[in-house]
Design a protein around this ligand. Structure first.
Ligand code: URA
Length: 486
């Protein structure tokens, strides 16, 4: 009997070297025992490093799919994973299609381990909660997080955080290893880490956010616990609210039901009838967003379409996480058929970029899709759309949001705010604070970039521009603190 001792913290290379050596020596799975270091036992006959120059037999079969599967399964905390993987590797030498036999007990166990590891990794992406700590380097903010994964997933999941939180320094500590990023290098360790202490205002932000997105009408306690299992709660500041929110859900649902439902405008029924049955024949490959764009191009519901050159529909990826709503297309946009490409668009682009938001990843649209103007000589002068025009166009904006499902919606100005909420309010009253929308979505309100351009005094213009930029940085901050979509 051979005994292999591994440190067992999810290092694939460690297992692979041992397994290769066993296979070279033709040791059957029944002849080998696997143990974790520190467990004691018979270390005689431990399989060590492969000797230099010694390689596996040339006919050794290691399908590509197996390597990938083993790299994932090795991160599982099941102590039997090493023997399972060696047994499968051994069997693959004679049963080349083994991995496709999903009814096989070993294969189905392998699939189970892989699923568990992936799920744990997904939970880590969603439930890591950073806390800000004192910066060590001027100009760089520093965050720490404590997370308790079930499996050894820190190294394989660290890249996600590196891509997502590039512009801050962070450390994620877990009892199963840690990961740290300093803006240049990602370091991971498999050593158990200690729990960083302390609470900061980010914890309060999480609680506010969670209380806001909690939708009492959708409380399905079992589904909620499966998405956010209880074992993660203790490290999530917002989880302390859950019992009270559930207790108050019934009353809040009754209040919501009492509010009037918004009806789609009648013309949409007609448009749907117009397209019904033709969709598949004439536009079989259109995505829901492309189809909506086609429908909007036909919109004649309000008189604005008579004088406008064309419908200016939204633009951006169909899975954008941030969606901006402006007022209506301007002169340039009306001619080109694209939103925010004129002077206001330039102010917008510049502020978005300064906030560190990738303009190509956001969706930009308008509350009203046709240009409203009055002629003065050869010039077409912008006119603000009235509440009726905004109401007619609301349908399109709501549909865009429904399809794109952004996590954050930003209203640029009072017209956008009216379109999104049905309320007419001065921007100053609602600016800068996250307002919960349907699903897990937040609305942020700021000024319209065209309003800044129209300001007569230079100093006022400069101050408004500064405030606009700072609001967009707030959008970015909110985006960074929201959990990854599950
Ligand atoms: N202003 C808007 O609100 N939208 C545009 O597309 C251009 C200017």
């Amino acid at each position: 009997m051979r005994t292999v001792t591994l440190d067992g913290r999810g290092d694939f290379g460690e297992w692979r070297d041992a397994a290769r050596r066993l296979l070279v020596d033709a040791i059957t799975p029944e002849e080998v025992g696997w143990q974790l270091s520190g467990q004691g036992g018979d270390l005689f006959g431990v399989v060590g490093e492969a000797e230099p120059g010694q390689t596996a037999p040339s006919e050794m079969v290691v399908p590509k799919g197996f390597i990938e599967a083993a790299e994932t399964a090795i991160c599982h905390s099941d102590p039997d994973r090493f023997s399972l993987l060696y047994r499968i590797l051994w069997r693959l030498q004679g049963e080349r299609n083994l991995l496709h036999v999903t009814s096989d007990a070993d294969v189905s166990q392998l699939v189970r381990l892989i699923k568990n590891v992936r799920r744990d990794s997904h939970k880590m992406k969603a439930f890591v909660r950073f806390r800000e700590v004192e910066a060590v380097q001027a100009g760089r903010r520093r965050f720490v997080a404590w997370f308790e994964p079930e499996h050894f997933i820190v190294s394989r999941t660290a890249g996600f955080f590196q891509r997502r939180f590039t512009d801050m320094d962070w450390l994620i500590a877990t009892p199963k290893g840690s990961a740290a990023w300093n803006g240049e290098m990602l370091k991971t360790s498999r050593e158990p880490a200690g729990r960083p202490e302390g609470e900061d205002e980010t914890d309060e932000l999480w609680r506010t956010y969670f209380a806001n997105i909690f939708n009492p009408a959708r409380v399905k306690i079992r589904a909620m616990q499966s998405e956010m299992p209880k074992k993660y709660w203790k490290n999530m500041p917002e989880a302390s609210l859950i019992p009270d929110l559930i207790a108050g859900a019934e009353r809040r649902v009754a209040e919501m039901a009492a509010r009037q439902a918004s009806q789609p405008p009648a013309f949409h029924e007609r448009l749907q009838a117009h397209w019904r049955g033709r969709d598949e024949e004439e536009a079989p490959d259109l995505s829901p967003l492309e189809r909506l764009r086609e429908e909007a191009a036909q919109c004649t519901r309000c008189p604005l379409h008579c004088q406008a050159t064309q419908t200016v529909f939204g633009e951006g990826p169909a899975d954008a996480e941030i969606l901006f709503v402006g007022e209506q297309p301007g002169d340039t946009e009306d001619l080109a058929g694209r939103p925010f490409i004129g002077p206001a668009g330039r102010v917008f682009d510049e502020a978005v970029e300064a906030a560190g938001i990738d303009r190509t990843q956001v969706y930009v649209t308008n509350a009203v899709k046709h240009f409203k103007y009055e002629r003065r000589g050869k010039r077409r002068i912008h006119m603000r759309p009235d509440a009726g025009e905004v109401a007619h166009c609301r349908w399109w904006v709501a549909k865009e949001i429904e399809i794109i499902r952004p996590r954050i919606v930003v209203a640029l100005g009072a017209t956008a705010y009216l379109s999104l909420t049905g309320e007419s309010r001065p921007i100053a009253e609602v600016r800068g604070m996250p307002i919960p929308m349907q699903e897990d979505r937040m609305l942020l309100v700021t000024t319209h970039p065209a309003a800044i351009l129209r300001m007569p005094a230079e100093d006022l213009k400069a101050r408004s521009l500064e405030a606009f930029r700072s609001d967009l940085q707030g959008v970015r901050r909110l985006f960074d603190t929201l959990p990854a979509p599950s």
